[in-house]
Structures are given as C-alpha cells and as structure tokens.
Design a protein around this ligand. Structure first.
Ligand SMILES: *Cc1c(COP(=O)(O)O)cnc(C)c1O
Length: 358
C-alpha cells in the first residue's frame, strides 16, 4: 500500500529513545525538552520556543498567553484542520471564518478586512499544506487594526517568505509533531515567539499554572507538557530537516512532471517557499472525487480528500458561503507524500490516476 503519509524514523530516533530510558528521563523533566526548544528556536530564528503536547495545545497556549477569551473574536480560515478553530473555542472566544485565496488554499487577505469587527482581537493565518500565507498583506492589516497574529504552522515547518520563516512572522508560531507532519515525535507541539512575556506565560499555562515555586499556582493551567522521550525523537528528526525538505521538494517536482494533463498541480506562489506537506492537486469540476479515490485504493494507493469547510460541520455550522474553500474542498485530492517514495512510485500513482479519471 502506498499511504498518504508515513513517518521517516531511523536508528537515530531509536538510539535517542534508548538514552532516555537508560538515564531515566521520561517525563518533561531533564535536559532533552530544553535542548529541543533551544534548537527549534534557532532553526526558526526566534528568541524563544516553548514545547507542548500537540499542535492544538500550542494554539491554545498562544491564545491564552495573548489574553484572548469570552467576548473576543478571532479570524481563522474556513478551510483548515478543525483544531485551528477549536483552540479559539477553548478560550471562550468566537472563531470568525474567512475564505481561501483564488490561487492557493490559504486565507485570502482580500476577504479578511470585511470580517474585522470591534470585537476582533487576533488572526490565525494557517500556512496550509506547507504553503505560506501572504503575510505581507496580513501583517499590514493586523497592524492597522491592532490585531495579534498567531501563525498555525502545523503543516509548514521550514516554509518561508522573504520576511523570514513561518513561525517568526507574527506574535506566536504554533507547530505540530503529529505522525504525518514535517517532523514527528508521535504527538507534540511547539510555540515560537520573540516576546519573553508571551513565552513565560505559555510555559506557565502549559504546566498547571506554575510560575515559580512548586505548587505556587497563580491561575488555572493545563498539563500540556512534552515528554523527554518525545523531545529526544523530535531532536533526532530536527537534525535531518534539510534532507527531509529536499526530498519533499523532489517528490513535488516528480508529481508536477507526471500529473495527468489538465489537472491543477499543487500551487506555489512566486513569493513563497512551500515545504510541500501533502501533494494536493485539483481535479476538474464535476469529477467524482470519491469514485476516483476508491478506484485508486483498489490499485493500492491511499488518498485523502481536502479538509471539509469548517462551516459545513456541526460544531461551526453556518449558511455563510466560502466559494474558494468550497472549490478546493470539492476538487482537491491529496496523494501519497512521504520520504521513501521513489520516482517509479510517483509514475505509478500518476498513471493510475489517469486511468481512474478515464
Ligand atoms: C495537525 C494540525 C493541527 C493540530 O496539530 P495536533 O498536533 O494534531 O494537535 C492544527 N492545525 C493544522 C492546520 C494541522 O494540520
């Protein structure tokens, strides 16, 4: 079976775990978590990084540290994984949805300004499928309305624009280390920031609200800690990131070469450096994506539909229309994207897709 995604784990991760077990570093205590934070911050280019238990808890911690809560509104894309909106809901604030751009999946800055009200406190640009948002425009809108920016970088570790790496462009960057992300440690997350107060508060919120002495709790916090076992695996993965990204770029170029004619290949704007998270193309209008998916599955090729528009599901149901998000949702097809794939695999996948479309 050619899966949509597979983690790339090797002897380095195995040895790192063995060290933790030998030395007894299994919880968040010990040197591994802070080493992971230090190296991660250095890679993104921020002054601080705070490790946590998942991408979702990273988003929640960022919003808590920014003081977002009941009565506030936070703008999120209509097309994203549901965790982006859920993190807003956890704080008691209300997610407000914005449509995707016509050329690529991320939020359309042109649709953003009309969603701002007197209650809007923050925007969460999601660098979807590895492609950066148009941060030049989003930052300039945020500045003129005095809004905070929390970047959802769960799918885009290593992506960049001329201003810098994703995760170093707003107030906080939030990363995920789930099994299918750019690097993984099973489950895990990271918040990046250049603001010491935000970093301190994210750490306190994620560790039971404990700013200093043990059991001196100053607020209701959470247990969002990362373990040393996860940090050790994360460190081993981070060491290999440039190879990982080079391989993803090669896989992307093979797909671009062999994709059946007439389909829309994975976008990459001239100002953006994508990390090609999961190769996602657009089929023609009217194609039955589910039929194509089941035909490909018979050939041993697992695929995935694009995220459901959040306002089409019970938690965020509304009649508001998001034509571009709808377009991507209806036509999008995500193809296998993991590092062990060979050029022959991609030729096979694209050939099978061509057959299925016939
Ligand atoms: C994966 C993902 C998350 C959540 O990360 P977890 O580690 O699974 O909690 C959030 N946002 C986006 C866009 C994601 O793809």
């Amino acid at each position: 079976m050619l899966n949509v995604s597979r983690p790339s784990l090797g002897i380095e991760e195995e040895l790192a775990l063995r060290d933790c077990i030998k030395e007894g570093w299994v919880s968040y205590r010990g040197p591994k978590v802070s080493e992971f934070e230090r190296k991660f911050a250095a890679y993104i280019g921020t002054d601080y990084a705070v490790a946590c238990s998942s991408g979702t808890s990273a988003l929640h911690l960022a919003l808590l540290a920014l003081g977002i809560g009941p009565g506030d509104e936070v703008i999120v894309p209509a097309l994203t994984f549901i965790a982006t909106a859920n993190a807003v809901s956890y704080t008691g604030a209300k997610p407000v949805f914005v449509d995707s751009h016509i050329n690529y999946w991320c939020m359309d800055p042109g649709d953003l300004e009309s969603k701002i009200t007197s209650k809007t406190c923050a925007i969460i640009p999601v660098h979807l499928y590895g492609h950066p948002c148009d941060m030049d425009q989003i930052l300039s809108i945020a500045r003129s309305y005095n809004l905070k920016i929390v970047e959802d970088c769960a799918e885009s570790l290593g992506a960049e624009i001329s201003l810098g790496k994703c995760g170093n462009l707003g107030d906080v960057g939030c990363f995920s280390f789930f099994a299918n992300k750019i690097i993984t440690c099973g489950e895990g997350g990271m918040c990046t920031t250049n603001d010491k107060t935000l970093a301190d508060n994210m750490r306190i919120y994620g560790d039971h609200g404990t700013p200093g002495r043990p059991y001196g709790h100053d607020r209701i916090g959470y247990n969002y800690r990362l373990t040393s076992l996860q940090a050790a695996v994360g460190l081993a993965q981070l060491n290999k990131i440039s190879d990982f990204l080079a391989r993803r770029s090669l896989i992307r170029s093979w797909y671009d070469t062999y994709l059946p004619k007439g389909l829309v290949s994975m976008p990459e704007e001239p100002w953006a450096k994508s990390v090609n998270w999961i190769y996602t193309c657009l089929l023609n209008w009217g194609t039955d994506v589910e039929k194509v998916r089941s035909l490909l599955l018979k050939e041993g090729i697992e695929t995935r539909p694009v995220f459901e528009t959040l306002t089409n599901m019970p938690p965020y149901k509304s009649d508001e229309k998001f034509p571009m998000a709808f377009n991507y949702k209806v036509r999008g097809l995500s193809l296998p994207t993991y590092l062990d794939l060979t050029e022959l695999d991609i030729i096979y996948i694209c050939g099978s897709l061509k057959e299925a479309l016939r």
